[in-house]
Design a protein around this ligand. Structure first.
Ligand code: PLP
Length: 393
Protein backbone atom coordinates (compact mmCIF):
# COMPACT_ATOMS: atom_id res chain seq x y z
CA UNK A 1 0.00 0.00 0.00
CA UNK A 2 1.24 3.52 -0.82
CA UNK A 3 2.22 5.83 2.03
CA UNK A 4 -0.57 8.30 1.15
CA UNK A 5 -3.13 5.56 1.86
CA UNK A 6 -1.64 3.99 4.99
CA UNK A 7 -2.63 6.58 7.65
CA UNK A 8 -6.13 6.81 6.17
CA UNK A 9 -6.53 3.04 6.12
CA UNK A 10 -5.02 2.17 9.54
CA UNK A 11 -7.72 0.24 11.42
CA UNK A 12 -8.89 0.84 14.98
CA UNK A 13 -10.88 -1.62 17.14
CA UNK A 14 -14.36 -2.41 15.84
CA UNK A 15 -17.27 -2.54 16.27
CA UNK A 16 -17.41 0.99 17.63
CA UNK A 17 -20.68 1.59 19.50
CA UNK A 18 -21.72 4.27 16.98
CA UNK A 19 -19.75 3.17 13.91
CA UNK A 20 -17.53 6.24 14.17
CA UNK A 21 -15.51 6.76 10.99
CA UNK A 22 -12.58 8.39 12.84
CA UNK A 23 -10.90 6.99 15.93
CA UNK A 24 -12.85 8.48 18.87
CA UNK A 25 -11.07 10.69 21.39
CA UNK A 26 -10.89 8.71 24.62
CA UNK A 27 -10.73 11.64 27.02
CA UNK A 28 -10.35 9.53 30.12
CA UNK A 29 -7.62 9.09 32.70
CA UNK A 30 -8.54 5.54 33.82
CA UNK A 31 -10.28 2.38 32.58
CA UNK A 32 -12.62 -0.03 34.31
CA UNK A 33 -11.93 -3.80 34.25
CA UNK A 34 -14.38 -6.69 34.22
CA UNK A 35 -12.47 -8.74 36.80
CA UNK A 36 -9.59 -8.41 39.25
CA UNK A 37 -7.59 -10.84 37.09
CA UNK A 38 -8.08 -8.73 33.93
CA UNK A 39 -6.85 -5.76 35.93
CA UNK A 40 -3.78 -7.64 37.17
CA UNK A 41 -2.98 -8.84 33.61
CA UNK A 42 -3.13 -5.28 32.26
CA UNK A 43 -1.07 -3.80 35.08
CA UNK A 44 1.61 -6.46 34.73
CA UNK A 45 1.79 -6.12 30.94
CA UNK A 46 0.56 -9.69 30.26
CA UNK A 47 -2.05 -8.16 27.93
CA UNK A 48 -1.81 -4.79 26.17
CA UNK A 49 -4.84 -2.96 27.57
CA UNK A 50 -4.97 0.62 28.81
CA UNK A 51 -5.19 0.90 32.58
CA UNK A 52 -4.19 4.55 33.09
CA UNK A 53 -3.63 7.22 30.41
CA UNK A 54 -0.13 8.17 31.59
CA UNK A 55 1.00 4.86 30.02
CA UNK A 56 -1.54 3.91 27.35
CA UNK A 57 -4.57 5.57 25.78
CA UNK A 58 -6.59 4.13 22.85
CA UNK A 59 -6.52 7.36 20.79
CA UNK A 60 -2.77 7.74 21.28
CA UNK A 61 -2.28 4.04 20.46
CA UNK A 62 -4.13 4.53 17.17
CA UNK A 63 -1.85 7.46 16.29
CA UNK A 64 1.21 5.37 17.18
CA UNK A 65 -0.14 2.52 15.02
CA UNK A 66 -0.48 4.83 12.02
CA UNK A 67 3.17 5.89 12.40
CA UNK A 68 4.23 2.27 12.90
CA UNK A 69 2.46 1.25 9.68
CA UNK A 70 4.10 4.16 7.80
CA UNK A 71 7.64 3.47 9.01
CA UNK A 72 7.70 -0.33 9.61
CA UNK A 73 9.16 0.42 13.04
CA UNK A 74 9.32 -2.10 15.90
CA UNK A 75 7.95 0.39 18.44
CA UNK A 76 6.47 3.88 18.21
CA UNK A 77 5.94 6.09 21.28
CA UNK A 78 4.04 9.39 21.20
CA UNK A 79 5.00 12.10 23.69
CA UNK A 80 3.73 15.52 24.72
CA UNK A 81 6.35 17.42 22.65
CA UNK A 82 9.36 16.94 20.42
CA UNK A 83 11.61 17.74 23.39
CA UNK A 84 9.83 15.07 25.48
CA UNK A 85 10.50 12.54 22.69
CA UNK A 86 14.19 13.51 22.51
CA UNK A 87 14.49 13.39 26.31
CA UNK A 88 12.93 9.91 26.50
CA UNK A 89 15.05 8.58 23.62
CA UNK A 90 18.24 9.85 25.27
CA UNK A 91 17.22 8.65 28.77
CA UNK A 92 16.76 5.18 27.29
CA UNK A 93 20.49 5.00 26.40
CA UNK A 94 22.50 7.28 28.73
CA UNK A 95 23.72 6.88 32.28
CA UNK A 96 26.22 8.76 34.47
CA UNK A 97 29.72 8.53 33.02
CA UNK A 98 28.52 7.92 29.46
CA UNK A 99 28.85 10.38 26.58
CA UNK A 100 26.81 11.53 23.59
CA UNK A 101 28.66 12.21 20.32
CA UNK A 102 26.89 14.87 18.26
CA UNK A 103 27.32 18.12 16.32
CA UNK A 104 27.16 21.73 17.49
CA UNK A 105 24.58 22.33 14.74
CA UNK A 106 21.52 21.34 16.75
CA UNK A 107 18.12 22.67 17.79
CA UNK A 108 18.81 25.10 20.69
CA UNK A 109 16.82 23.23 23.36
CA UNK A 110 18.47 19.94 22.37
CA UNK A 111 21.83 21.60 23.08
CA UNK A 112 20.45 22.77 26.45
CA UNK A 113 19.10 19.29 27.29
CA UNK A 114 22.44 17.66 26.56
CA UNK A 115 24.82 20.25 28.00
CA UNK A 116 22.82 21.44 31.00
CA UNK A 117 20.20 18.90 32.05
CA UNK A 118 22.03 15.68 31.17
CA UNK A 119 25.38 17.35 31.85
CA UNK A 120 24.32 17.93 35.47
CA UNK A 121 23.64 14.20 35.75
CA UNK A 122 27.18 13.38 34.65
CA UNK A 123 26.56 12.71 30.97
CA UNK A 124 29.18 14.31 28.72
CA UNK A 125 28.30 15.78 25.31
CA UNK A 126 31.00 15.78 22.62
CA UNK A 127 30.23 18.20 19.80
CA UNK A 128 32.20 17.44 16.66
CA UNK A 129 32.08 18.20 12.95
CA UNK A 130 29.82 15.49 11.50
CA UNK A 131 31.08 16.30 7.99
CA UNK A 132 34.42 14.78 9.01
CA UNK A 133 33.97 11.03 9.74
CA UNK A 134 37.52 10.67 11.15
CA UNK A 135 36.79 13.28 13.84
CA UNK A 136 33.50 11.56 14.66
CA UNK A 137 35.21 8.20 14.99
CA UNK A 138 37.91 9.68 17.26
CA UNK A 139 35.20 11.04 19.56
CA UNK A 140 33.54 7.63 20.00
CA UNK A 141 34.88 5.47 22.84
CA UNK A 142 33.81 2.66 25.19
CA UNK A 143 31.59 5.07 27.14
CA UNK A 144 29.69 6.42 24.11
CA UNK A 145 25.93 5.93 24.60
CA UNK A 146 24.80 7.13 21.17
CA UNK A 147 25.58 9.16 18.08
CA UNK A 148 22.91 11.89 17.78
CA UNK A 149 22.25 14.13 14.77
CA UNK A 150 19.66 16.17 12.89
CA UNK A 151 19.20 15.10 9.26
CA UNK A 152 19.12 18.72 8.01
CA UNK A 153 20.31 21.26 10.57
CA UNK A 154 18.47 24.47 11.31
CA UNK A 155 19.36 27.19 10.46
CA UNK A 156 22.71 26.07 8.95
CA UNK A 157 21.05 23.54 6.57
CA UNK A 158 23.86 21.02 6.87
CA UNK A 159 22.89 17.53 5.65
CA UNK A 160 24.23 14.48 7.52
CA UNK A 161 25.63 11.60 5.46
CA UNK A 162 23.49 8.97 7.17
CA UNK A 163 24.93 5.93 5.45
CA UNK A 164 28.51 6.88 6.34
CA UNK A 165 27.67 7.84 9.92
CA UNK A 166 25.48 4.79 10.51
CA UNK A 167 28.34 2.52 9.38
CA UNK A 168 30.58 4.20 11.95
CA UNK A 169 27.93 3.84 14.66
CA UNK A 170 27.40 0.18 13.82
CA UNK A 171 31.15 -0.51 13.78
CA UNK A 172 31.39 0.76 17.36
CA UNK A 173 28.08 -0.77 18.52
CA UNK A 174 26.43 2.56 19.42
CA UNK A 175 22.86 3.46 18.39
CA UNK A 176 22.39 6.22 15.80
CA UNK A 177 19.59 8.54 16.93
CA UNK A 178 18.37 10.95 14.24
CA UNK A 179 16.04 13.94 14.62
CA UNK A 180 14.16 13.82 11.30
CA UNK A 181 11.71 16.68 11.94
CA UNK A 182 12.79 18.63 8.83
CA UNK A 183 11.80 15.99 6.21
CA UNK A 184 8.73 13.87 7.05
CA UNK A 185 9.04 10.07 7.26
CA UNK A 186 6.51 9.71 4.44
CA UNK A 187 9.29 10.83 2.04
CA UNK A 188 12.14 8.47 2.90
CA UNK A 189 13.07 5.53 5.10
CA UNK A 190 15.42 6.43 7.96
CA UNK A 191 15.71 2.72 8.72
CA UNK A 192 17.02 1.98 5.21
CA UNK A 193 19.69 4.69 5.75
CA UNK A 194 20.87 2.96 8.94
CA UNK A 195 19.12 5.03 11.62
CA UNK A 196 18.39 2.99 14.76
CA UNK A 197 16.05 5.42 16.52
CA UNK A 198 14.19 8.28 14.84
CA UNK A 199 12.90 11.24 16.87
CA UNK A 200 10.43 13.73 15.43
CA UNK A 201 8.79 16.93 16.63
CA UNK A 202 5.27 16.16 15.38
CA UNK A 203 4.35 19.74 16.32
CA UNK A 204 5.71 20.63 12.88
CA UNK A 205 4.49 18.99 9.65
CA UNK A 206 2.40 16.26 11.28
CA UNK A 207 0.16 18.36 13.54
CA UNK A 208 -1.55 19.74 10.44
CA UNK A 209 -1.22 23.47 10.87
CA UNK A 210 0.30 24.05 14.32
CA UNK A 211 -2.72 22.50 16.04
CA UNK A 212 -0.83 20.90 18.92
CA UNK A 213 2.52 19.94 20.40
CA UNK A 214 3.80 16.41 20.07
CA UNK A 215 6.82 14.20 19.60
CA UNK A 216 7.55 10.69 18.39
CA UNK A 217 10.19 8.11 19.16
CA UNK A 218 10.33 5.63 16.28
CA UNK A 219 12.39 2.63 17.35
CA UNK A 220 13.64 0.25 14.64
CA UNK A 221 14.48 -2.46 17.15
CA UNK A 222 18.23 -2.77 16.59
CA UNK A 223 18.85 -2.13 20.31
CA UNK A 224 15.94 -4.02 21.97
CA UNK A 225 16.61 -2.58 25.44
CA UNK A 226 15.59 0.89 24.16
CA UNK A 227 11.94 -0.06 23.47
CA UNK A 228 11.72 -2.09 26.68
CA UNK A 229 13.13 0.74 28.77
CA UNK A 230 10.74 3.32 27.30
CA UNK A 231 7.68 1.06 27.57
CA UNK A 232 8.29 -0.44 31.01
CA UNK A 233 10.20 2.33 32.76
CA UNK A 234 10.18 5.81 31.18
CA UNK A 235 6.49 6.25 30.28
CA UNK A 236 5.69 5.22 33.87
CA UNK A 237 8.29 7.32 35.64
CA UNK A 238 8.75 10.41 33.46
CA UNK A 239 5.06 11.01 32.68
CA UNK A 240 5.30 12.77 29.32
CA UNK A 241 3.08 10.46 27.22
CA UNK A 242 0.87 12.24 24.68
CA UNK A 243 -2.69 13.29 25.63
CA UNK A 244 -5.65 11.97 23.60
CA UNK A 245 -6.78 15.25 22.04
CA UNK A 246 -3.42 16.11 20.42
CA UNK A 247 -3.20 12.46 19.28
CA UNK A 248 -6.56 12.84 17.53
CA UNK A 249 -5.49 16.07 15.78
CA UNK A 250 -2.13 14.59 14.78
CA UNK A 251 -3.86 11.45 13.48
CA UNK A 252 -5.88 13.67 11.15
CA UNK A 253 -2.64 15.52 10.35
CA UNK A 254 -1.07 12.25 9.23
CA UNK A 255 -3.98 11.67 6.83
CA UNK A 256 -3.24 14.95 5.03
CA UNK A 257 0.54 15.02 5.58
CA UNK A 258 1.60 13.81 2.16
CA UNK A 259 -0.77 16.19 0.33
CA UNK A 260 0.27 19.21 2.42
CA UNK A 261 3.96 18.39 2.31
CA UNK A 262 4.03 18.15 -1.48
CA UNK A 263 2.54 21.63 -1.86
CA UNK A 264 4.80 23.15 0.82
CA UNK A 265 7.97 21.59 -0.60
CA UNK A 266 7.05 22.69 -4.11
CA UNK A 267 6.28 26.23 -2.87
CA UNK A 268 9.65 26.28 -1.06
CA UNK A 269 11.55 25.32 -4.22
CA UNK A 270 9.71 27.91 -6.34
CA UNK A 271 10.33 30.56 -3.71
CA UNK A 272 14.02 29.67 -3.25
CA UNK A 273 14.61 29.93 -7.02
CA UNK A 274 12.78 33.26 -7.27
CA UNK A 275 14.51 34.79 -4.24
CA UNK A 276 17.93 34.27 -5.85
CA UNK A 277 17.04 37.06 -8.28
CA UNK A 278 16.09 39.57 -5.58
CA UNK A 279 18.99 42.06 -5.34
CA UNK A 280 18.69 42.78 -1.57
CA UNK A 281 19.19 39.07 -0.80
CA UNK A 282 22.88 38.11 -0.51
CA UNK A 283 22.33 34.38 -0.25
CA UNK A 284 19.49 31.84 -0.40
CA UNK A 285 20.18 28.60 1.49
CA UNK A 286 17.92 25.71 0.47
CA UNK A 287 19.16 22.16 -0.06
CA UNK A 288 16.74 21.73 -2.99
CA UNK A 289 18.70 24.22 -5.14
CA UNK A 290 20.97 22.42 -7.64
CA UNK A 291 24.03 24.48 -6.70
CA UNK A 292 23.65 23.87 -2.95
CA UNK A 293 26.66 21.85 -1.67
CA UNK A 294 24.30 19.30 -0.07
CA UNK A 295 21.94 18.99 -3.08
CA UNK A 296 23.09 15.56 -4.35
CA UNK A 297 23.33 14.01 -0.89
CA UNK A 298 19.88 15.31 0.04
CA UNK A 299 18.34 14.00 -3.20
CA UNK A 300 19.99 10.61 -2.71
CA UNK A 301 18.79 10.25 0.88
CA UNK A 302 15.45 12.05 0.98
CA UNK A 303 14.20 11.90 -2.62
CA UNK A 304 13.22 14.72 -4.96
CA UNK A 305 11.82 17.11 -2.31
CA UNK A 306 13.91 19.07 0.17
CA UNK A 307 11.50 20.25 2.83
CA UNK A 308 9.83 23.61 3.33
CA UNK A 309 12.45 25.53 5.33
CA UNK A 310 14.92 27.93 3.75
CA UNK A 311 17.04 30.83 4.92
CA UNK A 312 18.00 34.12 3.31
CA UNK A 313 20.94 36.34 4.23
CA UNK A 314 20.58 40.12 4.08
CA UNK A 315 23.13 42.93 4.47
CA UNK A 316 23.06 43.09 8.28
CA UNK A 317 20.88 42.59 11.36
CA UNK A 318 19.14 45.96 10.84
CA UNK A 319 18.03 44.93 7.34
CA UNK A 320 16.69 41.65 8.75
CA UNK A 321 14.62 43.41 11.43
CA UNK A 322 13.35 46.02 8.93
CA UNK A 323 12.37 43.25 6.50
CA UNK A 324 10.57 41.18 9.17
CA UNK A 325 8.71 44.27 10.47
CA UNK A 326 7.40 45.10 6.99
CA UNK A 327 5.94 41.66 6.20
CA UNK A 328 2.16 41.74 5.74
CA UNK A 329 1.17 38.19 4.76
CA UNK A 330 4.12 36.26 6.16
CA UNK A 331 3.79 35.88 9.95
CA UNK A 332 6.44 36.93 12.46
CA UNK A 333 6.52 33.65 14.38
CA UNK A 334 8.65 30.73 15.40
CA UNK A 335 7.59 27.16 14.55
CA UNK A 336 8.05 25.26 11.29
CA UNK A 337 5.67 23.84 8.69
CA UNK A 338 2.54 25.64 9.75
CA UNK A 339 0.04 26.08 6.90
CA UNK A 340 1.04 29.76 7.10
CA UNK A 341 4.43 31.05 5.95
CA UNK A 342 6.51 32.15 8.95
CA UNK A 343 9.64 34.30 9.28
CA UNK A 344 12.06 34.61 12.21
CA UNK A 345 15.53 36.01 12.97
CA UNK A 346 17.08 32.95 14.69
CA UNK A 347 20.18 34.83 15.99
CA UNK A 348 18.15 37.13 18.24
CA UNK A 349 15.32 34.73 19.19
CA UNK A 350 15.86 30.95 19.27
CA UNK A 351 19.60 31.45 19.82
CA UNK A 352 19.11 34.63 21.92
CA UNK A 353 20.31 32.95 25.15
CA UNK A 354 23.66 31.92 23.60
CA UNK A 355 26.73 34.20 23.67
CA UNK A 356 28.17 35.79 20.52
CA UNK A 357 31.08 33.37 20.49
CA UNK A 358 28.81 30.34 21.01
CA UNK A 359 26.70 31.50 18.07
CA UNK A 360 29.83 31.90 15.96
CA UNK A 361 30.83 28.33 16.83
CA UNK A 362 27.34 27.15 15.84
CA UNK A 363 27.46 29.12 12.55
CA UNK A 364 24.37 31.12 13.51
CA UNK A 365 24.71 34.56 11.84
CA UNK A 366 22.90 37.82 12.56
CA UNK A 367 22.33 38.34 8.82
CA UNK A 368 20.07 35.27 8.48
CA UNK A 369 16.26 35.17 8.33
CA UNK A 370 14.62 31.74 8.44
CA UNK A 371 11.48 31.21 6.39
CA UNK A 372 9.10 28.26 6.82
CA UNK A 373 7.02 28.08 3.66
CA UNK A 374 3.27 27.47 4.00
CA UNK A 375 0.32 26.49 1.82
CA UNK A 376 -0.57 29.96 0.47
CA UNK A 377 -0.25 30.63 -3.26
CA UNK A 378 3.50 31.03 -3.60
CA UNK A 379 3.07 34.14 -5.81
CA UNK A 380 1.46 35.93 -2.87
CA UNK A 381 4.30 34.92 -0.54
CA UNK A 382 6.92 36.09 -3.04
CA UNK A 383 5.14 39.42 -3.57
CA UNK A 384 5.04 40.01 0.20
CA UNK A 385 8.75 39.26 0.59
CA UNK A 386 9.67 41.52 -2.33
CA UNK A 387 7.56 44.42 -1.02
CA UNK A 388 9.02 44.03 2.48
CA UNK A 389 12.55 44.29 1.05
CA UNK A 390 11.85 47.24 -1.22
CA UNK A 391 13.09 50.73 -0.38
CA UNK A 392 9.65 52.22 -0.87
CA UNK A 393 7.45 50.02 1.26
C1 PLP B 1 10.82 22.10 17.02
C2 PLP B 1 11.94 21.14 17.02
C3 PLP B 1 12.22 20.37 18.16
C4 PLP B 1 11.43 20.50 19.44
O1 PLP B 1 10.11 20.11 19.28
P1 PLP B 1 8.91 20.64 20.21
O2 PLP B 1 7.73 19.91 19.67
O3 PLP B 1 8.84 22.13 20.05
O4 PLP B 1 9.24 20.25 21.62
C5 PLP B 1 13.27 19.48 18.09
N1 PLP B 1 14.01 19.34 16.98
C6 PLP B 1 13.76 20.06 15.88
C7 PLP B 1 14.62 19.86 14.66
C8 PLP B 1 12.74 20.99 15.85
O5 PLP B 1 12.51 21.73 14.76
Amino acid sequence: MKKKTIPIDTAFPRPDAYGAISMPVYHTAAYEFRTAKDMADAFCGRVIAPDYSRMLNPTVMHYENQVKALTNASNVFAFSSGMAAITNALLSVVETGKNIVTSNHLFGNTVGLMRNTLGRLGVETRMVNLLDPATVENAIDEQTACLFLEIVTNPQMEVADLEALSLLARKHGVPLIADTTIIPFTQFSAKALGVDIEVVSSTKYISGGATSLGGLVIDYGSYPEVGVRIRTELVFNVGSYMSPHPAYMQSLGLETLDARYRVQASNALTLARALRDVPQIKKVNYVGLEDNPFFSLAQKQFGPTAGAMLTIDLEDKRSCFRFIDRLKLVRRATNLFDNKTLAIHPYSTIFGPFSGSQKREMDVRDTTVRISVGLEDVEDVLADIVQALSEHS
